[in-house]
Design a protein around this ligand. Sequence first.
Ligand code: PLP
Length: 402
Amino acid sequence: MQFPNIDDTIYQRIEALNKRVNSARQADLYYYNQPISELLGGSRVIVKGREMGMYASYSYLGLVGHPRINAAAKDAIERYGTGTHGVRFLAGSLTIHKTLEETIANFKNAEAAVTYTSGYVTNLTVVSTLLGRGDYVISDKLNHASIVDGCLMSGAKFLRFPHNDMDALERRLQQVPAGVAKLVVADAVFSMDGDVIDFPKMVDLCKQYKAWLMIDEAHSVGVLGKTGRGIEEHFNLPGTIDIKMGTLSKTIPSVGGYIAGKMELVEYLRHASRAYIFSAALPPAQAAAANAAFEVILDEPWRVDKLRANSKQFIQGLKMRGFNTLYTQTAIVPVLCGEDEKAYLMTREAQHRDIFVLPVISPAVPPDLARLRATVTAAHEPDDIEKAMNVIEEAGKIVGII
Ligand code: PLP
């Protein structure tokens, strides 16, 4: 089929990708975009009428569907309705946004916080607001796409260093001319690998070279630190991040993103970042849900402990079964498969046995490092985890990975 009046190169691009998707579908190797119809407490879900164990969730503390969080969202709808009057800067700011931002600032041990409508948008707008042409941004090679896009959009000189290699970071810092604005940015926990940035060394280098430090805590809030407050708590280095970025869509069962930091920084972002000024405010139900979720994390500390125990069981169990799980220390557990095809096959075999896992393939990860990106949460019980690992083991033997 041809679209009328459009450029052929664009059409060919669309066709090439769609062909790839269709051939994966025909071979029963396509498991993306499957709608979940019921949550069953989060550790199990209903997909196409079948009950499955969920091992691909970002809801690390098992907070999706928590009654107190649901109730907060319902109350907010009763009080404010479902939308806002527009952008935060004009009529879109509600008291619930202010409450949420104060809650985040307290939770993150910061003076102030500002929220945006997604984590992706937060990285995009914040990096590109703070930096411009002539500045330098230095980024870990495995940083999330939203950071990369923010760096590119900023127009700053974009330097990358090999994953978690602090000597290479230092060499990059030495490349920056004197007197030029520089930002170092990294994920706290890497979203495809589950490993943790060498934070103490990174903090030292930023101090030594007078660089700003921005850390994306999408996968560390609720996961790292005794009370789940993230990487500063984990390493006992309070107050060392200049720009604390996080999402409200993973451990926090809502949607949105935030920056926490010094009052002046937050005030600047409220007046200069385009996603704050030109995009509608977070819906009240989502703001209220996020606010309640931060409170639940502190009121139910057992969740952080249980997540830690479950992660340990999952990592050790998969390693003992012969899988390579790289350097993960968290709830994100890569199960290396090799070529993309093998990751697809592993997914099919696991899903046929009612374990919901998904593959990550190139270009999201380097070629030949395709994997299942499996996760555990605080909602799982040790017996469930054992059964899930048995299924993954069975799949691994069929596909020839172990
Ligand atoms: N940063 C990291 C490290 C992520 O993994 C993600 C989401 O996958 C984002 C940012 C974007 O967050 P959101 O999904 O809330 O837009």
